[in-house]
Design a protein. Structure first.
Length: 595
């Protein structure tokens, strides 16, 4: 896990790369890579790459970046700056060596260079891991950007028509000083609608995210070619056509194989542990695969002590069962307020989630770890959220009514004042947003509904942002051609909530403490083996050879809650009184984006 930056001055009238700008971008990401820094500038000053390193594979100087592939005469042919891990790099390396290729390092970065040299952009389907990179091809005089299938690793870029700038963080791009901070209406509206900024949007008009599972090629003429090499919707449609054929043995084998790959490291790997089925299953299977004592960590909060949301006692029970070295971190409101400024700065793009991950990552880092496994992704893959029942129920119960959306607008106007005192005001949109899966999902997952936004955002910004966001159409396009309701919800949760919030939160919250968070349940190979197969979280939880305790197996799902609302009480009535994450969203926005 690292931080990358790149600048490509391709326009005839574009200035040469400003090395000082490149380094300002790089140094804005020190926490992403405290173990080393490097940079490279082409002889003609038209291309610059830079890198901040968190050393996990081939931790010595040979693994440093940017890394080059040169010909026999020593002329540089390829240069790469890369963030992430390729878990199957040893297998790929062996294959390449069998073809006669020579390696000078033990790093996965060098494998990327040789694989691209052999296969070009077709290499991407062969990679198992989480990654984002910028690669310069000297012979073709072009740059390739690429991002892993799920978008676990972020990659942002800005193109002014003559210069392409690339980085792992939005704030790093801004730190260079050459990019405007003009707000992007779609980003601002997206944040308040969903609690996160949906890709490819950011909060700034001139910066966008490279979509997950995509590559972008740009040559010296400025011509661009974007390629979608992995599409969740297409993959799900193909799996749905095959039908649920996998067995419990195949489930266990697929889970075990994914964990084996995610344990590839030259430094120790820990496990985030809660009382939930996902992290408990990961912990149990990891203890089998690793064959060594693992380090685990969990959080507790005084506000939840002794109640159903207190996960510490059950987490400790699981740790004892699997003989881990376990630590429990108590997080108080005073800790939240002490770290709040740093937390918001690390967030990069606003999100109402991630505070929990920030503090459990802090504990892992305090334990001396650089890598930790997370149970993230189990709910999306195995149908663990109540949205798997609620969204189809809304559509089946109300979607058939003719003119339901028109009738719903009237119901919203009449019921809004009453619902404001009983539940979230967004549920005044119950009838207005039940006509199809996209609408019902927005009602279930949405933070604020579109009609609420002009109450605290500029009305013109809301209109423009909602138009650019095109959210309902995009949600329904995500499930186009999918037949089964469970698969539709799985796709929506994976492509929106998980990709744009949970995975992004894991990246920034881990990187705030120089910790790489790995997600064995978010893996493209695992998806192609287990998605649409009808497995439940109970099936997953019964996979370990040493069974999880009944207290864990029979525990009702609670989610990974954190008492932010209580902690915000001192910041004013609105921030502390708003339900769910609504008050926290306004607090984040006021402190980071409001003019």
């Amino acid at each position: 896990m690292c931080g990358l930056t790149a600048i490509f001055s391709y326009g005839d009238n574009a200035p040469n790369v400003d090395e000082a700008e490149l380094l300002r971008m790089r140094e804005a990401m020190i926490a992403r890579g405290p173990d080393g820094a490097g940079s490279w500038l082409s002889d003609n000053k038209r291309v610059g790459l830079a890198h901040r390193r968190l050393a996990i594979i081939d931790v010595g100087p040979t693994g440093a970046q940017p890394m080059a592939l040169a010909d026999e005469a020593g002329n540089i042919r390829l240069q790469i700056t890369y963030n992430g891990e390729i878990y199957n790099f040893k297998q790929l390396r062996a294959e390449l060596m069998a073809e006669g290729r020579k390696f000078t390092t033990q790093s996965d970065t060098e494998v990327l260079l040789h694989l691209y040299d052999r296969d070009g952009v077709d290499m991407l389907r062969q990679l198992r891991g989480m990654f984002a990179f910028a690669l310069w091809d000297e012979a073709k005089q072009g740059m390739l950007l690429a991002r892993d299938p799920y978008g676990i690793k972020p990659l942002y870029f800005a193109d002014d028509g003559g210069t392409l700038r690339v980085s792992s963080q939005v704030k790093a791009l801004q730190a260079g000083g050459a990019i405007s901070s003009t707000p992007n209406p779609a980003g601002h509206v997206g944040f308040f609608t969903l609690g996160y900024v949906p890709e490819p949007h950011t909060m700034f008009k001139d910066i966008q995210a490279l979509p997950a599972g995509s590559s972008l090629w740009i040559d010296k003429t400025g011509a661009k070619s974007e390629h979608k090499y992995f599409d969740l919707t297409q993959e799900m449609a193909a799996l749905e056509a095959e039908g649920p054929t996998a067995s419990a043995e195949e489930l266990r084998a697929a889970l075990t194989e994914s964990i084996e790959h995610h344990l590839v490291s030259d430094v120790p790997v820990g496990v985030f542990l809660s009382a939930g089925l996902d992290s408990a299953s990961i912990m149990a299977l990891t203890s089998e695969v690793s064959g060594s004592q693992m380090e685990t960590m969990t959080l507790r909060f005084d506000e939840f002590s002794g109640g159903s949301l207190d996960e510490a006692p059950l987490a400790a029970e699981i740790a004892t069962l699997y003989n881990t070295r376990h630590q429990t971190r108590t997080v108080k409101g005073s800790d939240f307020h002490a770290d709040k400024e740093k937390l918001l700065a690390a967030m990069d793009q606003p999100s109402i989630d991630g505070v929990n991950t920030y503090f459990v990552a802090k504990e892992a880092a305090d334990m001396g770890l650089k890598v930790a496994l997370s149970g993230l992704g189990g709910d999306e893959l195995f149908g663990g959220y109540d949205s798997f029942q609620q969204v189809p129920s809304l559509v089946n119960g109300l979607g058939w009514v003719p003119g339901i959306r028109t009738l719903g607008a009237g119901f919203r106007i009449l019921s809004g004042p009453l619902l404001r005192h009983l539940t979230s005001p967004k549920y005044a949109s119950l009838f207005e947003y039940s006509a199809d899966y996209g609408s019902a999902y927005l009602l279930r997952r949405g933070l604020f509904m579109p009609w609420e936004l002009p109450q605290f955002l500029d009305a013109e910004l809301v209109r423009e942002g909602w138009r650019e966001l095109n959210l309902l159409d995009n949600l329904n396009t995500t499930i186009s051609g999918i037949k089964k309701s469970a698969n539709k919800v799985s796709l929506l949760e994976s492509a929106y909530y998980m990709r744009n919030q949970l995975l992004r939160d894991s990246d920034w919250a881990g990187m705030a403490h120089s910790l790489e968070i790995r997600t064995p349940l978010v893996d493209a190979t695992l998806f192609t083996k287990l998605a649409a197969r009808g497995f439940s979280k109970q099936d997953m939880a019964r996979s370990p050879a040493t069974a999880l305790p009944d207290s864990v197996l029979n525990r009702p799902k609670t989610g990974f809650y954190i008492p932010v609302r209580e902690w915000l009480q001192g910041e004013g009535a609105e921030a502390g009184a708003e339900r769910g994450g609504r008050g926290w969203a306004k607090s984040i926005y006021q402190q980071t984006y409001a003019a």
